[in-house]
Design a protein around this ligand. Structure first.
Ligand SMILES: [Zn+2]
Length: 378
């Protein structure tokens, strides 16, 4: 038994009620935590001083002072819920928790899980009771975004929607504070309105959920909307659109597992979202230059996929690296002209693995295409 509230019409009746609770408490062997108990008297909704309540054993329950509040189920209350005090408190705890996680060395996926579990859940509690406005919640999501960017957990120009899309849907899986609070308010409303107890049912009617949707609808709606928004953006969604059909699930394991360093994951995502400042982006989005062409080959548009795997200039240098290494039993040759007795045109395979013991060779050809060209290359 904990967090018990007793209501009565007058002082005599409340004393009788306390006496009953006392008998029960004694029977089951628990004691009043008197320092945590408090009494208030209200007449027509206004706080009125009526003094402490004496208990039979000469101890007393003190009356709340004017600016004092008591905690009921972790929420500060007096004659009403202390909204602004609670908001300030939750906000402070949230930022404190967020900073702790950002300063850790967690991998990209674990960092997001930690933020969802420890920080965002602070808002989950009290949703529907604490009256957050839409603007307050959105402001907090923006603040989260800013702090994550400062600590390399996000790339500032990355797609806003993708961050909140779930990991198995190729997003980063962060939970938005606004959506979490709205969803929890829906849950509380659904639960209370379905109660057989009349006054709980009535309480459910005044819970504000910030949206017209039903609870599950709200969640589904948010999920599809986020992904759709991301998909629809010409630059940010291009990679998603181009790889939708061909990318096997295995291709996205790195994203689902989230075991990369947060900087690495942010950079890859930024490249996919075309958020890196290539000439193409500068010309088409930022309008800071007129020439979208590649600064090396000067022929094609300088997009991320061009730089990564299509540029004819880089093809001659960076994509290839001469390498041959020897182990006791095998030798690996790369970019090596094979001497042949007869004239053969194609005698420069990408890899030759020589087994020194069996004196056999394996010729290996490798392709590392951009994600969008995976099918045509195979
Ligand atoms: Zn180029």
């Amino acid at each position: 038994m904990d967090d018990l509230k007793l209501y009565e019409k007058n002082k005599n009746e409340i004393e009788t009620l306390i006496h009953t609770v006392r008998i029960f408490s004694d029977d089951i062997g628990i004691e009043f935590g008197l320092d945590k108990c408090a009494t208030i008297t209200m007449i027509r909704g206004k706080l009125t001083g009526r003094g402490n309540i004496m208990l039979p054993n000469e101890t007393e329950i003190h009356e709340l002072e004017d600016n004092e509040s008591y905690k009921y189920l972790r929420v500060m209350e007096a004659d009403d819920i202390k909204q602004s005090e609670m908001k300030a408190k939750i906000r402070k705890e949230y930022i404190h928790s967020l900073m702790k996680e950002l300063k850790s060395k967690l991998t990209a996926g674990n960092l997001i899980t930690a933020i969802n579990t420890w920080a965002v859940s602070l808002y989950r509690y009290g949703a529907g009771i604490i009256q957050w406005t839409k603007a307050e919640l959105q402001q907090l999501d923006r603040r989260t975004w800013k702090l994550m960017t400062m600590h390399k957990g996000l790339y500032s120009r990355s797609d806003v929607d993708r961050v909140y899309v779930e990991r198995d849907q190729k997003g980063r899986g962060l939970m938005s504070v606004e959506e979490t609070v709205n969803y929890e308010s829906h849950s509380l409303k659904k639960y209370t309105e379905g109660s057989p107890v009349e006054f709980i049912k009535t309480a459910g009617k005044i819970i504000n959920t910030n949206s017209e949707d039903e609870r599950q609808e709200y969640r589904n709606h948010q999920k599809t909307e986020r992904k759709q928004n991301w998909n629809d953006k010409p630059m940010d969604g291009q990679h998603l659109r181009q790889t939708e059909d061909q990318a096997a699930k295995e291709t996205w394991q790195w994203m689902k597992r989230g075991c990369l360093k947060r900087e690495t994951e942010s950079l890859i995502i930024a490249a996919q979202d075309q958020a890196l400042r290539t000439n193409y982006r500068k010309a088409k989005i930022e309008k800071s230059t007129n020439d979208p062409k590649c600064r090396l080959c000067k022929q094609k548009d300088e997009t991320v996929s061009h730089i990564v795997s299509k540029c004819s200039k880089i093809a001659q240098t960076e994509y290839k690296e001469r390498l041959a290494f020897h182990r006791e039993k095998v030798k690996l040759l790369w970019d090596f002209n094979v001497q042949t007795n007869k004239v053969i045109g194609a005698r420069r395979p990408e890899l030759i693995l020589i087994n020194k013991e069996t004196k056999q060779c394996q010729v290996i050809d490798i392709a590392i295409p951009g994600d969008t060209r995976a099918d045509s290359t195979v």
